[in-house]
Design a protein around this ligand. Structure first.
Ligand SMILES: C[S@@+](CC[C@H](N)C(=O)[O-])C[C@H]1O[C@@H](n2cnc3c(N)ncnc32)[C@H](O)[C@@H]1O
Length: 280
C-alpha cells in the first residue's frame, strides 16, 4: 500500500531502515534510494548483502536452537565494541558472519534485545513463526535479489533527520519519504529498541511531517499507532496489521501484542490516490 501511494519516485528515502521491509518490496527496478539506520548491525547487514549475498545467506542458515542463541548472543556482545568501531572508522568494512548471525538472531530471538542485552543460560528461540531467515521465501536467490535492490542505494548510519534535511529534499524534489520511527515511549516498553535516546523521535518526525506535508512535491508516509499522531484532515490514515517480522516482534516485546491491530500509516496530501493515478 505504500508503493501505490508513492509510485516511482525520484528518490526513496527511508531514515529508520531496520529490516527494510518496505524497500525490499519496492516493485520498481533500479529505484534510487537513501536509507539510514543508527544501528551499525543493520548497516553491516546491508553492506555485506550488497557485496556478498551468497556468503551472508550461508551464515544466516541455522537451526532455531536455544544453546546457539545464547552462545551467539554472548559472542556478539563480547565483540560488539570492536565491531562497531570498525564499522564507524572504515567505510569498506563489513563482517559476513556477523551479518548472517544478525539476520538469524533477528528471526530467532523473541522480542527486542538481540545483540543488546546480556543473557542468562536459557533463552527460548522463536521456533514457531518461520519468520525471516526461517521462512520458505528465504533462499539464496532471494538474498541475491536483495543485493540487486541495493544497486542504486546510499546507506547512511546516523540520526534520521540528516536524510530529510533541506539539502536533500531540495536536491531531490519528488521524493518518497517513509518514516517508521520507534514508537513513542508512552506507547510501548522502553526496552523495545536497541537504540535508545532521550528524545521522542516519533514526536520529532510528526513535527517534521506537519512542517513539510504541504509540499506537494514530497510523498510522505508516517507510521505509528492509532492515536499516536494527530494529523491534518488532508492526510490519509490507513490501518494495517503486522503478522510477523520486526513489527510483530516489537509488539510482542512490548507485552502488548494486540497492538498489531493499532498499526497506522498516515500519507501526506502529495501522495498518489490509488486507482486514480494515470501515471506516476
Ligand atoms: C520501527 S524500526 C524500523 C522498522 C523498519 N521499517 C522495518 O521494516 O524493519 C525503527 C528503526 O529505527 C532505528 N532508529 C532508532 N532511533 C533512530 C534515530 N534517531 N535515527 C535513525 N534510526 C533510528 C532503530 O535502530 C530501528 O532499526
Amino acid at each position: 500500500m505504500v508503493w501505490q501511494r508513492f509510485g516511482r519516485v525520484k528518490v526513496y528515502i527511508e531514515p529508520f531502515f531496520g529490516s527494510g521491509a518496505v524497500f525490499i518490496n519496492c516493485p520498481y527496478d533500479n529505484q534510487r534510494a537513501i536509507i539510514n539506520d543508527l544501528d551499525g548491525y543493520v548497516v553491516n547487514f546491508w553492506r555485506a548483502i550488497k557485496l556478498e549475498p551468497d556468503v551472508v545467506y550461508e551464515w544466516s542458515q541455522w537451526l532455531a536452537s536455544e544453546l546457539d542463541l545464547v552462545a551467539r548472543q554472548r559472542w556478539m556482545m563480547k565483540n560488539k565494541d570492536d565491531f562497531l568501531g570498525h564499522m564507524r572508522n572504515d567505510p569498506n568494512y563489513y563482517d559476513l558472519k556477523v551479518a548472517g548471525w544478525w539476520a538469524w538472531g533477528m528471526s530467532t530471538w523473541i522480542g527486542a534485545g538481540w545483540c543488546e542485552e546480556q543473557v542468562g543460560d536459557n533463552r527460548l528461540p522463536a521456533c514457531g513463526t518461520g519468520a525471516g531467515v526461517h521462512s520458505q521465501r528465504c533462499t539464496i536467490a532471494f538474498f541475491r535479489a536483495l543485493a540487486e535492490k541495493f544497486k542504486r542505494t546510499i546507506i547512511l548510519c546516523g540520526s534520521w533527520n540528516r536524510c530529510v534535511s533541506h539539502a536533500i529534499t531540495a536536491h531531490y524534489p519528488n521524493s518518497g519519504i517513509f518514516l517508521d520511527p520507534p514508537y513513542s515511549p508512552n506507547e510501548c516498553d522502553p526496552n523495545t529498541y536497541r537504540i535508545k535516546g532521550n528524545n521522542d523521535v516519533a514526536v520529532e518526525c510528526r513535527e517534521w511531517c506537519l512542517e513539510h506535508g504541504t509540499n506537494r512535491d514530497l510523498r510522505i508516509a508516517l507510521c505509528g499507532y492509532e492515536g499516536e499522531h494527530e494529523m491534518p484532515d488532508d492526510w490519509e490514515c490507513l490501518a494495517w496489521k503486522s503478522h510477523g517480522g520486526m513489527g510483530a516482534a516489537r509488539a510482542r516485546s512490548s507485552g502488548r501484542y494486540t497492538n498489531n491491530v493499532r498499526e497506522r500509516i498516515w500519507f501526506s496530501p502529495g501522495c498518489l490516490t490509488p486507482g486514480l493515478a494515470l501515471w506516476d
